[in-house]
Ligand binder design. Sequence first.
Ligand code: HT7
Ligand code: ZN
Length: 876
Amino acid sequence: PTTIKLEDYQPPAYRIETANLNVLLDPTATLVIAELKVVRQPDTKPGAPLILDGDNLKLLSIAVDGAPLQSNAYDVTPSALELTPPTGDTFTLTITTELNPDANTQLMGLYRSSGTYCTQCEADGFRRITYFPDRPDVLSVYTVRLEAPRDACPVLLSNGNLIKTGLVPDTDRHFAIWHDPHPKPAYLFALVAGDLAKITDNFTTASGNPVELNIFVEHGKEALCDWAMDSLKRSMRWDEEAFGREYDLDVFNIVAVSDFNMGAMENKGLNIFNDKYVLADPETATDQDYANIEAVIAHEYFHNWTGNRITCRDWFQLCLKEGLTVFRDQEFSADMRSRPVKRIADVKLLKMHQFPEDAGPLAHPVRPRSYQEINNFYTATIYEKGAEVVRMLQTLLGEDGFRSGLDLYFDRHDGEATTIEAFLKCFEDATGSDLDQFALWYEQAGTPLVSVNTAHNPKDNSFKLTLSQEIPPLPGQQSAKAAVIPLRFGLLGPDGQDLEITTGDSTKVTGDVILLKRPAQTITFQNVPDAPKVSLLRGFSAPVRLTQDQSADDLAFLAKHDSDPYNRWQAVQTLATQTLLARTEAVRRKVAFASAADLVAVLQTVLEDDRLDPALKAQALTLPSETDTAQDIGNNVDPDAIHTARTRLIAEIADELQPLLLPLARDYAKDSAFSPDAASAGKRALSNRALHYHAHSSNPGAVALVNDRFENANNMTDRIMALTLLVHHGFEGAMDALQAFRSRHATSALAMDKWFAARATAPRDETLQVVQDLIADPLYEPSNPNRVRAVLHSFATGNPTQFSRADGKGFNLIAESVLQIDKRNPQVASRLLTSFRSWRALEGRRSSLAESALLRVSSSEELSRDCRDIVDRTLQ
Ligand code: HT7
Ligand code: ZN
């Protein structure tokens, strides 16, 4: 396989100024007539070869300036079309290709989802539609004519503004012509055609321009689009208010489809969404679904400026648009909801997905230097760590400095395809700062480990804080340089109040932020009469791991008094982690558990604190997951021991705190009308957390209470939580509940995905067989990525004891499934394959069984480039 390297970047030899596409839609023989105005670039010699990308295309004809080319005048390979062009500065190339949308199971390029034609072109799908320089630094103005039968496809959409519609004389066909005035890379091209319903609204920009807003869905699903539309309008207003960014076309269209490889796609003026991130009502969507829809709608909309108006020069710069846009959507959700709760949720996600990626064989820098398959680089590192890097920039420069840098970026690079260097230069120029060392965050893989030592001297009332940083060795990165790490912090006095910070060294401390720039650094604080409690990494101000000696008393103190809500939550988590690690070790050594009294006492304080938001309480009461605990153990991991330790700890807490938890679980206002707002969702989260504890308790009434919650739920959040508890605990009533849920939601694919996932994640021996039965279920659809993920991805990533079974059967099931899915959809297969990424951390027997399963995948001769890349890197 070819490796593409950042250092080999060359500007394009030819650009395409305008692309006029005429697309004659047909399920198995769509014709695409592309008329491209080609412009030779100043550094290109006249007549230099023109190479266009192509993938799985049937070329019907090619003409230059209207003159057909004979087949000996060009070369066609499976991946390119090469010709010797005229020597003039510009010429017109007309290429006709034929496509088979129904045969497109990869869901890249033009395909059909439930009969609707749609496209996915990022990263390299446009080359499956026509021959083209399919690279993000070639920006063209598109005019697209779509033609299809009127009955089958009353709706014809493409990017930009609609300029003409009409009937095709003497046929049953009609056409629509769309023009997008904004030059764009091919990956932002889109078309949709089908028989769809729509809901319409409108928005007036701050400058007074009216915008028509449409969401297109399958007929009958219109009522499920209100939340998405509301989220869109709030996103548009927020981007104006928070970043001064206005929308720039007459219409903004969103289309929801059920077969989609990822979450959604930001095509200019025509976003295409996995319907999971559009459709919602209380009957079928959980509170998490509502929050996700709001965030994904915002994310795709925000790409209009960060991604579309300013795009990436090459795919190595992917984080330029993705990290920045995730940062923007996180800020939006924080403003719409509770900021601390959102921050905790984002950090939990980062630690759950990005930290293990960054610690294993698939680790890569936020800006990778090489790749074999770009579709494998839409990772938690590019997205989530990329967002953390932008957040650090804001912490370092302050809100005003950050905003002035971003304003300069929008001014300077509007309409361009650019780089991380150019982005950082804007912040340097706007604020006069030097970001050379900061740029290392883009260059180095791995999570820095920050160690902390303290020394208090009562004689001179000084307090020394010594910090050091290192990135443990990784494949391909034996050593790393010291990064600049902004550590927001506070020192708490005996009364729990933050002390006034006095230190002589302003290069190391600015306000409440310590700048750790060297491998090790000591800061001396004055006027500290008593040894303070240190609250470090407030708000999770840098994506690092912290090792700090903290006693249970210190953590309890911080959990109660820290003025930073994130660190209050973190203190509870750290205490829970310490307890879980000790107990996992006890299970393995078959010795008695130490007491969990400290943790129980802290959780009791949390539950009794009336000032705390219910959503925050729910977060604090959620123990670190089994996967989190495995990461903290680091090597020789035994998932069964973790599971036993964690389950017993939850049971112990449930019994100890029953007087507080039971009323929360039982007296929850189930009769009140449902509202998806954050405050109501927070109350549900707390009650469901309490129910979760109660299900683990020794209270004989637990089974009845969970069944009662299932039967009386008036929303999906409560119903699926109760169902999951029934199934995971094997409670009496579980089978009836599964049947009842299935009958009730048989026609909602999104609701049924939850049913499949609840079954696939049951930490029970029989789940392996259950998963095999689910794959054979008439409702299982191997061509639908959401359903495949609901079953197989949920099993591989959400069921550690069963995926990593000691008999290796969990690994074998996933390896076998990867090989099957790969034949149809390599992107879905390779993502599933990444669930093996932490295999080396498992104890010996399990890790060698995982390795055998990986070797089986590797030995397949028909592996896609996607899976070959992942399996090779995972085994390295
Ligand atoms: N920018 C979009 C990425 C995406 C994608 C990438 C590869 C294959 C299929 C895909 N669908 C969408 C989504 C986003 O980050 O907004
Ligand atoms: Zn994105």
